[in-house]
Every structure is written in structure tokens, then in C-alpha cells.
Write a protein that binds this ligand. Structure first.
Ligand code: NAI
Ligand code: MG
Length: 374
């Protein structure tokens, strides 16, 4: 029995998560795996009604779960940043979900801007780099900035004495030894488990040399423990180009947080759309993860039942894989890929006119069909 926390979220969130649950219930029928779903209401509606984002006691409850399925939060009536920081980032930091896995997979039947078959596992570090929220806006001539970076792994305090004749702002990026080591090791172990042969590191060591040369040193050290897997370093600007010109040459990519954030949106585009792009936020040691599409709440199409549920459904496939249900995970991905190839049930973002629930139903039907061959 797996206990799954379900955050149905805002906008198209409830529509797409309903289809993901349908898929899991079908998996349950086929494989006899039991799921218990616990619904959590947090998101814009709840916040506007109660002023509450994500209360701390919920974090304790979530500890008892095996995983979180999360759709998306966000609403034009709520100031940007509040829900993202107080719900999404709070969950990522509280559970120290330091691996952000974003597969970039092209599917037959889906038009993509590159016309190539691609299967890249992009692993983005999820807790450090320029996302540690350390910085300041300085308008005085003499001033001390007091910075405090508190993470599960460490606590860094800095006092920065400043003398300046100009108003300015600055932001600090942090790469820690333990922080980089664990995500890079995950990338190599992941490659090994999937039978892949190369890990590519993305950075900008030539210009942001303090943090990213440190990253490179740690990368080389970890790589030396995996002699069967080759590796390479690519600068982020070159990688933006290679993802278009030769994406087929990458297998596993690992990078610090910010470059991963940017390049994986490019990844979603080369896949053929944001409606297809899943993600996993995981802490392998704690055996805990949060699985979510990379898209947001899409308020422009919410309530019309035309959102594409596939990114959410592929996120459940990542969850199944993480829970150790490898066959179930593969069969979900296979069903999605068959439905896309047949092209009968595509939502408008993919050029079709199917409704959200029709795509979910078709995937469930396909699951039952192909489960007989597995
Ligand atoms: P978005 O991803 O919600 O939408 C961007 C575009 O993609 C829109 O045209 C939308 O219609 C389309 N789209 C997104 N998901 C789709 C799907 N499943 N099927 C078909 N089309 C889809 O990003 P946007 O518009 O920048 O943000 C909307 C709200 O979502 C904001 O409040 C933002 O803060 C929030 N957001 C939340 C995220 C999360 O919870 N993880 C991530 C990104 C944004
Ligand atoms: Mg992003």
C-alpha cells in the first residue's frame, strides 16, 4: 500500500490530476498495487479564502506518505511568488528534495521543432546555486549585509562590509561540496541503473569561475568512481545551441540549479510542448519525492477541459519508477507513447480536439490492452 498525498492545485491542476489518479487506479487493477490518496486543498483558492498557504503541521503528515503528486499552483488574483515560495519551494526545501529530474523525451506522432528522436534525462540540482536567496539591495554608502543561508546540509552566515558610492543590488550563488557531490553522484548512479554510458556536466566555469570550477572539481572526483561511464563538460551557452543542433548526443545531463531551470524549458519545447513535460523532485536517501508537471496552472485554458494531462500522467510514471514499480512505470510511458503515435486523442495544444478526460480514458484503455503483452 502506497500513501500518496495529492495536491490538486489551481487552474488546470484538478483536471490533469484527476486523469493521473485514473491511471494509477488502472495500474492498481492490473498489478494489484494499492494506493491510498490523501487530498490536500492548498493553493490559490484556499489561500484567498483562508489566508493560509501551507501550514507546518501538514509537513509532519506528509512525512508519513510515500510521495506527493502535485499539479500546479498559481492564480492571477494572487501576487506572484507567494504560492510558489510558501507551498512549492517550502516543500522542496523542507524535504530537501535536491534532485530535480526532468526527462526530455520525444514521441512519435508529436511535431517537434527539431525532428529528431531524443531521450535525455536532465538532472537539475534543486537547492543551491543562485536560488539560495542570499543577497541585498544596498543604498547606503557604508553598510554591513548580514546573510544567513540555512539548509538541511549546513548553515552559512556571512557579514559583508560594504563601502560604495552607488546604489546597487547583489545576489550570491552557493555551491557546497556536499550539495554538489550528492546530485552528481545521483546522476552517475542513475546512468548506471538505466544502462546509459555518458554523463554531461553543464556549467559556466570559464566566467563564474569560483562556484563552477568547484563544481567541476567535485564532478571529476565523483566521475572517477564510475570508470564505466564516460563524461564531458559543456558550457551552458554552448549547451543552449547543442540542445537544438545535436540533442541526440546527450544521455544524462547534470547541472547546477539555474542553468537547469532555463535549459529544461528549452527541453520541453524540443519535446513538442509543455503539456508533455514531467518532473520529479526527489531525495533518494529519504526515499521521498514530489512529482509534478513542469507547467503551471494555465489559467488561460482552465475549466474548459482542454488541458493536456500527459505531463501529469508521465509524472506519475516517474513516481512509480521511484517507488520501485518499474514495470508499472514503463507501461504508463508506453501507453502514452502509443496514444500519441495513434494521434486519435490529442488535446488542442498538440493539434487535436480531444478533451482532457478522453486522453486519460484512452491511456487507461491502452494500459489494459498492453498489460497483456508485458
Ligand atoms: P503555464 O505553464 O501555466 O502556461 C504557459 C502556457 O502553456 C499557457 O499558454 C498554457 O495554456 C499552456 N499550458 C500549460 N499547461 C498546459 C497543459 N497541461 N495543456 C495544454 N496547455 C498547457 O505558465 P504561466 O502562464 O507562466 O503561469 C500560470 C500560473 O502558473 C502562474 O500563476 C504561475 O506562477 C504558475 N506556475 C506554477 C508552477 C508550479 O506550480 N509548479 C510552474 C509554473 C508556473
Ligand atoms: Mg522554470
Amino acid at each position: 500500500m502506497y500513501k500518496i498525498a495529492v495536491f490538486k492545485g489551481d487552474g488546470v491542476g484538478p483536471e490533469v490530476i484527476r486523469e493521473a489518479i485514473k491511471v494509477l487506479n488502472t495500474i492498481s487493477e492490473i498489478y494489484g498495487i494499492d494506493f491510498e490518496f490523501l487530498d490536500y486543498p492548498y493553493g490559490a483558492e484556499h489561500y484567498l479564502k483562508t489566508g493560509e498557504t501551507l501550514p507546518d503541521y501538514v509537513l509532519d503528515e506528509l512525512k508519513e506518505c510515500d510521495a506527493i503528486l502535485f499539479s500546479a499552483v498559481g492564480d492571477p488574483r494572487v501576487k506572484p511568488g507567494i504560492l510558489e515560495q510558501e507551498i512549492l519551494l517550502k516543500l522542496r526545501f523542507h524535504f530537501d528534495l535536491y534532485v530535480n529530474l526532468r526527462p526530455i523525451i520525444t514521441f512519435e506522432g508529436v511535431k517537434t521543432p527539431i525532428n529528431k528522436r531524443v531521450r535525455i534525462y536532465y538532472i537539475r540540482e534543486n537547492t543551491e546555486d543562485f536560488y539560495v536567496a542570499a543577497g541585498d539591495h544596498v543604498s547606503k554608502t557604508k553598510y554591513t549585509s548580514k546573510l544567513n543561508i540555512k539548509r538541511n546540509l549546513y548553515n552559512i552566515k556571512m557579514n559583508i562590509d560594504i563601502e560604495s558610492d552607488e546604489e546597487f543590488a547583489y545576489q550570491i550563488g552557493v555551491i557546497s561540496k556536499k550539495g554538489a557531490e550528492r546530485v552528481i553522484r545521483f546522476a552517475f548512479e542513475f546512468a548506471k541503473e538505466k544502462g546509459l554510458s555518458k554523463v554531461t556536466s553543464v556549467d559556466k566555469a570559464n566566467v563564474l569561475s569560483y562556484i563552477y570550477n568547484f563544481w567541476r572539481d567535485i564532478f571529476k572526483d565523483v566521475a572517477s568512481k564510475f570508470p564505466e561511464i564516460s563524461y564531458e563538460f559543456v558550457y551552458v551557452d554552448a549547451m543552449a545551441m547543442y540542445l537544438i543542433t545535436k540533442p541526440e548526443s546527450f544521455e544524462v545531463i547534470v547541472s547546477p540549479n539555474m542553468f537547469g531551470d532555463i535549459l529544461t524549458d528549452l527541453g520541453a519545447a524540443i519535446q513538442g510542448g509543455i503539456g508533455l513535460a514531467p518532473s520529479a523532485n526527489i531525495n533518494p536517501e529519504k526515499k521521498f519525492g514530489m512529482f509534478e508537471p513542469i507547467h503551471g496552472s494555465a489559467p488561460d485554458i482552465a475549466g474548459k477541459n482542454i488541458s493536456n494531462p500527459i505531463a501529469m500522467i508521465l509524472s506519475t510514471a516517474l513516481m512509480l519508477d521511484f517507488l520501485g514499480e518499474k514495470d508499472a512505470s514503463k507501461i504508463v510511458e508506453k501507453s502514452v507513447s502509443e496514444i500519441l503515435k495513434e494521434g486519435k486523442y490529442l488535446t488542442p495544444d498538440l493539434g487535436g480536439n480531444a478533451k482532457t478526460y478522453q486522453v486519460g480514458d484512452a491511456i487507461c484503455k491502452k494500459l489494459k490492452e498492453i498489460s497483456k503483452q508485458f
